[in-house]
Design a protein around this ligand. Structure first.
Ligand SMILES: Cc1cc2nc3c(=O)[nH]c(=O)nc-3n(C[C@H](O)[C@H](O)[C@H](O)COP(=O)(O)O)c2cc1C
Length: 440
């Protein structure tokens, strides 16, 4: 058996380092000697830029040439993948997410339905089982639920045959070895606990609903952050963010528009984090990457939480998450992460808007000039933005409108698959290349 460990442990997280050592000891005691550990905290890695070249230009290979190539090959060759991370708002940290997002070259662009929702087909015959081991200083049941649900959704997405998830905390150090053992012997099948779409819908609506007890407080300052990694003017998130800013302006507010790359720029990162942290309303408009926020958006959330750690003035946080599969239910884990972020960073959770079928929105045309699949999106924003401008939470009607399907799921899957074929053709590839297996 071969095991790959993607570890976010570093001297800044001594507890995670201790956990990493225990994990290694346990694996070896169990007879595993083929262990490859990638220390992500000390590895320079690009973040996924979201352009899908690894599907339609160089199928199976990322266009960024760095240590991720060895990570992808090792994961491809492994029987077992262990993700070791600081539980970050219920999901993964930026350190780990950079590597995780770029694993999508291991799956195919083509759509199929699994466990009640659309997913991607396999590229290779076999994929490793996935086990996620998280540490957080103090246990929190709701955050652990999100971590566990995310692990299952990720494993399902990546066609892992088995899945396991565990979280340990500082109060139960003696129990860590037993928790590691339980995790590694898990034989749970990804998606086995999913019984139809309605419970996923309920979980999404539950996560999306803003805090009902919060008293309205109209914002004076608003920061809108685009979480997409795509170049300026080419993302669905940016088109949505601009439509949001236009509506807030119509209600007398000035919204500062930021992009998540600003949080990585030496000359701007600190000032951007402080400006967003100081705004009365922070709105993150982001795509979904591997059932959560992209690495880049996660980094922005980490930076804003850090900037608010010392003096968090009362403020609200809301999000709009668009995903590439037709069903908005895929956004449920990201919405839960958004909610945990709000709590961790001292925000009132003002709710989330879940958008499925993001591929039906044209990023090159202003949203308000689009029709057809954009109609329910515009309606949802028309319902949501006046409430946010008055300092209220997202109304249920806006969440429902955003989550409406613009077309039957099967039609979206057919159009999507044709879209991948067309992009491959435009890139001069043969159609069979889309199913290439460059790693053997
Ligand atoms: C690395 C990566 C991972 C993705 N993971 C998911 C996913 O788990 N579920 C999903 O529905 N869409 C997923 N998508 C699709 C994006 O959410 C979708 O293409 C979205 O519309 C992109 O928005 P943007 O143009 O604002 O970047 C993923 C895309 C990328 C690049």
């Amino acid at each position: 058996m071969a095991t790959v460990v993607l570890s976010a442990a570093s001297p800044a997280t001594p507890a995670l380092q201790a956990l990493a050592r225990m994990l290694d000891t346990d694996l070896r005691a169990d007879g595993e000697h083929d262990i490859t550990t990638f220390d992500l905290a000390s590895t320079r890695l690009a973040y996924c830029q979201g352009e899908f070249d690894c599907w339609v230009k160089t199928p199976g290979l990322c266009r960024a040439h760095d240590a991720e190539a060895s990570i992808v090959q090792a994961v491809h060759d492994a029987d077992r993948l262990v993700l070791l991370d600081v539980v970050t708002f219920g999901g993964h940290s930026y350190t780990l997410k950079r590597a995780q997002d770029r694993l999508i070259c291991l799956i195919s662009p083509f759509f199929e339905k699994r466990a009640a929702l659309t997913h991607h087909e396999a590229r290779y015959e076999r994929m490793p089982s996935q086990y996620v081991l998280g540490w957080m200083p103090k246990a929190d049941a709701s955050t652990i639920d999100t971590w566990t649900a995310l692990a299952d959704a990720n494993a399902l997405n990546m066609l892992a045959p088995r899945v396991g998830a565990a979280v340990v905390d500082d109060a139960s150090r003696d129990a860590w070895p037993a928790r590691i053992r339980e995790l590694l012997v898990s034989t749970a099948v990804p998606g086995a606990s999913i019984h139809g779409r309605p419970p996923l819908r309920a979980a999404m609506l539950d996560a999306a609903a803003g805090d009902p007890a919060a008293a309205p407080s109209p914002p004076r300052t608003v920061a809108v952050v685009v979480g997409s990694a795509k170049a300026a003017g080419t993302s669905v998130s940016e088109a949505l963010a601009r439509a949001i800013c236009a509506r807030l302006t119509a209600h007398g507010l000035t919204a500062e528009l930021h992009v998540a790359t600003e949080f990585l720029r030496d000359d701007r990162a600190r000032a951007t984090a402080q400006a967003v942290a100081a705004a009365d309303l922070f709105l993150l408009v982001s795509p979904l990457y591997v059932d959560a926020f992209p690495a880049l958006a996660t980094h922005a959330l980490e930076a804003v939480a850090a900037a608010r750690a010392d003096s968090a003035a009362p403020a609200r946080f809301a999000t709009l998450v668009n995903c590439g599969f037709p069903e908005p239910e895929h956004t449920r884990t990201a919405l839960s992460i958004a909610r945990h972020f709000a709590t961790a960073a001292g925000y009132t959770w003002a709710g989330g808007l879940p958008l499925g079928g993001g591929g039906a929105i044209n990023p090159a045309t202003p949203l308000d000039a689009q029709h057809g699949p954009a109609e329910h999106v515009k309606r949802a924003l028309d319902l949501a933005m006046p409430c946010l401008a008055r300092g209220e939470s997202m109304p249920a009607a806006a969440i429902e409108a955003m989550a409406a399907s613009a077309m039957p799921d099967v039609a979206y899957r057919i159009a999507g698959d044709l879209g991948w074929r067309y992009r491959a053709y435009k890139n001069g590839l043969a159609q069979a290349d889309l199913r290439a297996r460059p790693l053997g």
